[in-house]
Design a protein around this ligand. Structure first.
Ligand code: ZN
Length: 235
């Protein structure tokens, strides 16, 4: 029969696809993805913590600068108040001094709050670093297991591919190209027997319109199903 070669090719090709699906849904691949995710999370956290710490330390430098400037300003008042006799004038200076002192106190409070956050970051960093080392080991192991699993699949895959290469020789190019297009679009099986009696597609079971049915009259005829786009053939 005209379609024997492509049908056999399609059958063997399905074995290859099943093997690939088996690998995709294997526990080894799932373990590898999960180990990778754990590692990425640890790496991401380490990056964020470093970033936060360097921002705080940069801000810390600014705060200390401000405090130094305010203290210098405070020094300028030294002796001024003592030499003043009028209460209202003294009061004016004291209020200014008070304002500067409050500002310094607020800045020091901010600074100490920031520094305790830096301590917190240091602790988190240590923990995350340890978790990261574990995650990295976990990933390496998962990768080894995955590679081993893939290597164990290899002989079977190669054997199927060799059979496909042999079968390919018997399939005419136009038929093979049509098959390839459908396979690439994940529409398998690509070649489906036409149900001439019911005038329906053997795959999607939809009624085949007259113009398509007109192309499927005798053995060896083939046409595309307008609904599922697979190739209907007449055995
Ligand atoms: Zn169809």
């Amino acid at each position: 029969m005209k379609f024997d070669a492509i049908l056999e090719y399609q059958r063997v090709d399905q074995e290859l696809i099943n093997l690939e699906n088996e690998a995709t849904s294997s526990k080894e691949i799932a373990a590898l993805y999960s180990a990778k995710k754990t590692l990425d999370t640890a790496t991401g956290t380490i990056g964020k913590l470093s970033q936060e710490a360097s921002e705080i330390l940069a801000n810390q430098a600014k705060i200390q600068e401000k405090i130094t400037a305010l203290k210098a300003k405070l020094d300028e008042f030294d002796g001024i108040v003592d030499g003043i006799e009028a209460v209202s004038e003294a009061d004016y200076y004291l209020k200014q001094i008070d304002a500067i002192v409050s500002e310094i106190v607020a800045l020091e409070k901010e600074s100490s709050k920031d520094m305790s956050r830096v301590d917190g970051i240091t602790n988190e960093y240590k923990k995350t670093w340890e978790a990261g080392i574990k995650a990295s080991d976990g990933y390496k192991q998962a990768k080894l297991a995955y590679d081993k699993y893939m290597a164990s699949m290899q002989p079977k895959a190669l054997e199927i591919k060799a059979r496909l290469n042999e079968l390919r020789k018997d399939v005419p190019d136009p038929i093979f190209n049509a098959y390839k297009t459908l396979r690439d679009g994940k529409k398998l099986p690509a070649f489906v027997e036409y149900d001439a009696e019911k005038k329906v597609c053997g795959r999607c079971r939809m009624d085949v319109p007259n113009d398509t049915a007109g192309k499927l009259r005798q053995s060896g005829d083939y046409a595309e199903c307008p609904n599922c786009r697979r190739i209907l053939y007449m055995p």
